[in-house]
Design a protein around this ligand. Sequence first.
Ligand code: FES
Length: 288
Amino acid sequence: MYQILHKEKLGPDIYMYRFRAPDVARNRKPGQFVIVRIAENGERIPITITDVDTDEGSITLIVQAVGKTTLQMAQMKEGDFIPTITGPLGEPTRIEKVGRVLCVGGGIGIAPLFPVAEGMKDIGNHVTSILGARSSNLLILIERMREVSHELIVTTDDGTEGEKGLVTDVIRELVGKGKVYDLCIAMGPPIMMKFVCVLTKELNIPTIVSLNPIMVDGTGMCGCCRVTVGDEIKFACVDGPEFDGHKVDFDELMARLAIYKAEEKEALEYYYSKAGCRLDSTLEGGSR
Ligand code: FES
């Protein structure tokens, strides 16, 4: 059993959990994920590990409640236990000295980006981070990202924090000013990663993306995370979660993500009726 040592709300429907999981903490490398189950026979949720504390034997996970299980998880309290944390899983990020690295994070994607930016800076790369969200209340880990970046730029769609606009506007602006980047790492909603990749391909910046949002069992057996990368079929959980963004078929990926929308909505509505709680985003004044 794995205990919640600390829980904190970072924004509407966004929660940070610190779990006691010493073996995972000891073995995790940046970019790796765990599979969490909050109940026996419950749904499996793949979550990239944001941070670890090997002295405490803990791992930090940031989860956005978007469906039944993640909302159920949001109702848990410090001191509660969950039955399953499996990992670390997935190929670690290749942390190499490449020169100037652009780290682009969108919304909840800033959580998996943090350990990668940290690793890239620690090894001697120059790290520029661009963090974006629809609105200021959906931005997370800004100060932690500032610590692991030489330069940090924040954007929001509605202009409530940082520059008004999209992360792609900032990339274009920086390159327009003559900045040169050797690698871009983009993590966030698939639509954001798609348009970052379209732009970085045009600008000739090699780009890595993280595809863990499409996983289910996380062990290579269910086939749900199948993705086309160039001419090859890959499984995000065992071959990734990181891939060459210029080769990923994002349109296929986004279509797959939408397949179970109706069932997910039905499960959530059922949970609403049973538990008497709702996602913040569905309440009056919700942000999404
Ligand atoms: S998540 Fe099931 S095969 Fe990858």
